[in-house]
Design a protein around this ligand. Structure first.
Ligand code: ZN
Length: 110
């Protein structure tokens, strides 16, 4: 499990990234949200569609960040959700909201 100074550092990184997303107007839809609306609005215009897709990606990251902050509070941050092994620091440095170790992450994508 990630502790002490490292945990503080990742918490800071996560907050910073969340602030950055918030500053760009990225928010999470309310629970049980309105995903369909967003897609409908964009369908008429390819460029707008692309922007919405970027925003969707940002939103996914924001969701991952919120989840990671929840894991910090729960004391399970830095542990792979699939194999319960610690996630490598090198990976958390790049993706502090990673929920899987590298091996399991690759398996998830496969
Ligand atoms: Zn794993």
């Amino acid at each position: 499990m990630t502790k002490g100074k490292d945990l503080e550092r990742y918490t800071t990184l996560l907050f910073a990234k969340r602030d950055e997303l918030w500053a760009r107007g990225v928010t999470l839809p309310p629970a049980g949200g309105t995903k369909g609306d967003i897609m409908d609005v964009a369908s008429a215009d390819v460029e707008a569609d692309l922007q919405v897709r970027f925003r969707e990606a940002d939103r996914l990251v924001l969701k991952e960040i919120e989840d990671a902050l929840g894991r910090i509070r729960a004391g399970s941050f830095g542990v792979c959700e699939a194999c319960s092994q610690p996630i490598a620091k090198a990976r958390l440095d790049v993706v502090p909201w990673a929920r899987f170790c590298r091996d399991c992450g690759e398996r998830e994508r496969a």
